[in-house]
Design a protein around this ligand. Sequence first.
Ligand SMILES: Nc1ncnc2c1ncn2[C@@H]1O[C@H](COP(=O)(O)OP(=O)(O)OP(=O)(O)O)[C@@H](O)[C@H]1O
Length: 410
Amino acid sequence: MSEMPAIEVKGLGKRFRREILKRDYITWKTLLLNPFSRKKAKDYITVLEEISFSVDHGKTLALIGQNGSGKSTLLKIMAGIYKPDNGQVNVRGRVSSLIELGAGFHPEFTGRENVFLNGTILGLSNSEIAKRFDHIAAYSGLGEYIDAPVRTYSSGMYVRLGFSVAVNVDPDVLLVDEVLAVGDEAFAHKCEDKINEFRRKGKTICLVTHDMGAVEKYADEVIWLDGGQIAARGNPRRVIDAYRQKVAQEEDAIRRQEALQAEADLTGLRWGDGDVVIEKIRLLDKDGAERAVVTSGEPLTIELEYCQKKPTKDLVFGIGLFNAQEVQCYGTNTHLERLDLEDLPTKGVVRFIMDRLDLVQGTYFLDVAAHNTDGKAYDYIRRSQAFSVRSIINDVGVFRPSHTWEVFPR
Ligand SMILES: Nc1ncnc2c1ncn2[C@@H]1O[C@H](COP(=O)(O)OP(=O)(O)OP(=O)(O)O)[C@@H](O)[C@H]1O
């Protein structure tokens, strides 16, 4: 194998016609008045800009980024499916791609015929394909369906055949787009095994995925694409952290906006005589920073700023947490917990401090209230805040008990 990198991308740019948007506005009249309107430069959207990087032989590169950031387009250019508008791409060796699996299949041909068609597209001679055919068919697990037209296949069968061809043609460079997320569990394991085998054999892999666990597991290097440009490149841990931070910030901003909207929408859901007013509600992380997206298992503080317009000795503060299905996950107040709040300052801060927020991933709403011990509301605010809980564990329910698992032989 040459000393040149397996993949070299220099100054790459790609733009697409903004087709759908434009068509919405085209009528016969506008077409007659301005027949060339569709060719204007503003009808194009730049999807990739000035992308340069290289991947050495035997290395695995992961491309990460939000939806529409250009990852798949970049992979398709590397695979030769799209042509770049600017720059150059060099991929050295036999390239096999797991992109839009089965997209190259002809629906009227049988699985067998499509294996030959696909193998030819991937650069194999007929005799080379014939030699590998039995292995490809067995690996696909399609059994006798290999001789049925692929239009009769389920989508899972399509994917299995496409995968089987792509990984059994002895590629030097494997380009993979989100296949780990497609298909059933057995198929996902097969994909993982194959990627591990390719890594062991020193193949070069470029992986597009939203699965950060897979990125950490496989990638030697990560490129984060943001709006068609390289936002960061390098060590997986560092780039993933920077990416997650940006996503969390954006989600935070959206949540805040939603909370403001919810506040405006729910003014009817605030009641009380106003003797005590809750003036500010904030969710604070372990560093005291305000958050609308919080991490499960980490500390969280709910902070209320109140003002006693009419000082009272009978004052209770309460909170309630609700999930998106309107199920109350938790509720308590200072009276239930026997706190004596008789001599409070006119203006003050109340904090409900959780050492660990053990909620499962999802969207939640916060109710807060100031009332007397008989329940008469001074200020009751329903759904005062919306916030998101993120978790690396996909457990479910409303209650996560503190726990560990143990497994041992009997
Ligand atoms: N054939 C096409 N014609 C027009 N626009 C396209 C075409 N393919 C992709 N785009 C646009 O290019 C942009 C980047 O798309 P791309 O599929 O590369 O993003 P991505 O990062 O892979 O997103 P995702 O994570 O959702 O798969 C998007 O705005 C998309 O709408």
